[in-house]
Design a binder for this molecule. Structure first.
Ligand SMILES: Cc1ncc(COP(=O)(O)O)c(C=O)c1O
Length: 342
């Protein structure tokens, strides 16, 4: 019963098969191969417009490089205080951008709210003493397993456009957000004002494949230099590209994310008859944050369940984070709930 992370499980067989298939013969390295060449067309079709796709090996690299591309070294990046870029990337965005400042904001369930962005902007009215507001970054699905609606993104996108700022989306779990909303990829991104997307696949069945996706050629200018300088122009790129291609083929990514979301929703329902359980946030994607009595936490651990304590014990209860992956065995959800009920 492993609910530590959506990276805890392995790789989907279809992804391994695509890597195996890409292993045939010799091709040009550094992205000069046919699979990488096909990605531009595949992703352009997926997003219903021409896009510029740059595979990289990790989500941290995708975020750091995307943000650095949009943000000058003297710029400010507005993001949520709980965002991965603010708390879990070892200052990679600051490093890659050469010193841009992350400016963290509040907002329920890890979602930025326009009102807070407006308030923050009002504090940046003394140029050049304050950094230049350059970029807003949102996470979809969020670090708390919640999902922005297209209208919520568009409201943030409108502020970015009005202020001459850019909008970045950390889509490490983009598939889970799409599966939840049953929306078109375009509706959650460029149609709502997103300029660049960190497109994740690793958390949803890939071995290690992410991509930086730009929706305008100008925004991508010279990005290949930035990626190379950062060590993410992978020489055997075909194996990353093959994963991305197989991932989006036949709607696999959405089927897999849908499975993870469904199991997470089932788990959330199951907590309704676990004594003392209280959901901390709505469950919209594949992560659950739930307050549980400390005795329940101890019983679950004794039964072999693995998960993180997200908040330390307070008044006899602890907030647990449970992440369901597309490969989590269905039975584990039932076993976990049975152990929680005691
Ligand atoms: C929301 C979010 N963004 C980005 C990442 C970064 O991914 P990686 O661990 O591949 O650098 C993660 C990983 O946990 C994440 O949860």
């Amino acid at each position: 019963m492993n609910f530590i992370s959506d990276n805890a499980y392995g790789v989907a067989p279809e992804i391994l098969a695509a890597i195996q298939a890409a292993n045939d013969g010799a091709v040009a390295p550094y992205g000069g191969d046919p699979v990488t060449a096909r990605l531009q067309a595949r992703f352009s079709e997926l997003f219903a417009r021409e896009v510029w796709v740059y595979p990289v090996a990790s989500g941290t690299a995708a975020n750091g490089l995307a943000l650095a591309q949009l943000t000058p070294s003297y710029g400010a990046i507005f993001c949520h205080a709980e965002s991965h870029i603010a708390v879990d990337e070892c200052a990679a965005p600051e490093f890659f951008s050469g010193g841009a400042k992350l400016f963290t904001l509040g907002g329920d369930a890890a979602k930025l709210a326009p009102v807070d962005i407006e308030a923050a902007l009002s504090r940046f009215r003394a140029p050049p003493h304050s950094p230049k507001p350059a970029t807003i970054s949102i996470t979809q699905a969020t670090e708390y397993g919640t999902v922005y609606s297209p209208a919520e993104i568009a409201a943030i996108g409108a502020i970015a456009r009005r202020e001459g700022m850019k909008l970045h989306m950390d889509g490490a779990r983009f598939a889970n957000a799409l599966a939840h909303l049953n929306a078109a990829p375009a509706d959650l991104t460029w149609r709502a004002g997103v300029d660049v997307l960190s497109f994740g696949a690793t958390k949803n069945g890939a071995l290690g494949a992410e991509a930086v996706i730009f929706f305008a050629r100008d925004d991508a200018e010279d990005f290949e230099f930035r990626r190379k300088k950062a060590g993410h122009l992978v020489s055997k790129m075909r194996f990353i590209s093959a994963q991305l291609e197989a991932y989006i083929e036949q709607g696999r990514w959405l089927t897999w994310a849908g499975r993870a979301n469904t199991l997470a929703a089932r788990m959330a329902d199951g907590f309704s008859d676990v004594s003392g359980a209280e959901m901390a946030h709505p469950v919209q994607a594949n992560a659950l944050f739930v307050w549980l009595p400390d005795a329940t936490i101890a019983r679950l651990r004794k039964a072999g369940a693995k998960f993180y304590d997200w908040r330390p014990s307070t008044n006899g209860r602890t907030m647990a984070r449970l992440v369901v992956s597309c490969m989590t065995p269905q039975d584990d959800v039932a076993r976990f709930l049975a152990a929680a009920r005691g």
